[in-house]
Design a protein around this ligand. Structure first.
Ligand code: 13P
Ligand code: SF4
Length: 340
């Protein structure tokens, strides 16, 4: 492995600082981070790899090594454009699987074996088959936070960025929709669209371990303390909390809301990585912390990314059986069509 000079490491540390990283937002000395990002970025070129980083990742992963940075929708859409032979996915497993389904000829790696998701674990393909038998003629709209097998049994995939738009379009043709697996997200969009749960929308019982635990009562305390506060929450939060916020959406639309408004302060109710990134992107704005960590997202580190690039072994490679991938791709393509 290439050794870097003190000058090269100092220059890299300066680059990281210019991107907004500071010692206070990283858990290792900045010079150690600089050495790792130098190695990773060199290997990235050498191995013709692209690094996709979700906004919940560690700041040093997003800003230090990310080639494509964004929400689930952007990460899925942008991988289609990449010319790289290898995709290193800094996010969770279902995101890497989606990248593989959309890029079957490329090698996709996820640097951690612990990058799961409670929503993806909440439902199996068999469950979707049973729902279809129970509610015939009702299309299955499935959140992207699911395994490839579940996507393969679904009619259309949505992300937090496009679920409202896609559901609205689908209700023009269908009386009833089966929405899986996030019961909070389903209930939140059912409310916006004026639909009744149990009649117009059938829900599955999945939740996100990070977003289900936020307590709506805390919002009032913050509003009293910070006049002019804008409260934003991810659509995976419980409906009683969403009732109290100024904006609910996905990480992509939440970031746009922050960019396009000028509130006295912002309360961001989502995974902590989002707030850290918002602070770095908009240092002039005032952010109030109310966040929780996603243990799955945070299982990716610069060290395990480096390991995968140095030794891209089969155990970190993401593969999807061809028949499942073909069926899952149909439902993902339906999302691209309806979200356009
Ligand atoms: P976004 O697509 O909004 O980034 O959501 C992904 C996710 O896992 C939220 O918990
Ligand atoms: Fe899954 Fe929740 Fe983590 Fe997002 S934040 S990856 S939905 S567990």
């Amino acid at each position: 492995m290439e050794k870097f000079t003190e000058t090269e490491i100092n220059q890299e540390a300066k680059r990281l600082i210019s991107l907004g990283l500071s010692q206070s937002c990283v858990s290792q000395p900045l010079k150690e981070i600089a050495e790792l990002t130098l190695k990773i970025n060199n290997l990235k070129k050498e191995k013709n790899a692209v690094i996709c980083a979700h906004v919940y990742q560690l700041p040093e992963v997003i800003l230090g090594i990310g080639s494509v940075i964004g929400d689930s929708y952007k990460l899925a859409a942008d991988t289609i454009e990449t010319q790289a032979e290898n995709i290193i996915f800094c996010g969770v497993h279902f995101m890497a699987e989606t990248a593989k389904i959309l890029n079957p000829e490329k090698k996709v790696y996820i640097p951690s074996k612990n990058a799961g998701c409670t929503l993806a674990e909440s439902i199996k393909a068999e469950d979707v088959k049973k729902l279809k038998l129970q509610y015939p003629n009702s299309p299955v709209v499935t959140y992207i936070n699911t395994t490839a097998d579940v996507k393969a049994e679904s009619d259309c995939i949505v992300t937090s960025a496009n679920a409202e738009k896609i559901l609205r379009k689908m209700y023009q043709k269908h009386e009833r929709i089966i929405f899986t697996p996030d019961r909070f997200m389903g209930a939140n969009f059912a409310k916006v669209l004026g639909k009744t749960i149990g009649k117009d929308m059938i829900l599955w019982d999945g939740t996100c371990v990070v977003h289900e635990k936020f307590d709506a009562r805390t919002i009032k305390i913050y509003r009293d303390k910070y006049p002019g506060l804008a409260v934003l929450a991810h659509a995976e939060c419980p409906p009683e909390l969403i009732d109290e916020v100024d904006f609910a959406g996905g990480t992509g639309t939440m970031m746009k809301y922050v960019e396009n408004t000028n509130a006295a302060a912002y309360l961001l109710i989502t995974e902590c990585g989002f707030g850290e990134l918002a602070k770095m992107k908009f240092p002039e704005k005032n952010f109030i912390a109310m966040c929780r960590l996603c243990p799955y997202m945070k299982s990716i580190t610069l060290n395990n990314v480096l390991d995968v690039l140095e030794n891209p072994s089969k155990e970190f490679e993401v593969n999807v059986p061809a028949d499942i991938a073909r069926k899952a791709k149909k439902s993902i393509d339906m999302m691209f069509e309806l979200a356009a």
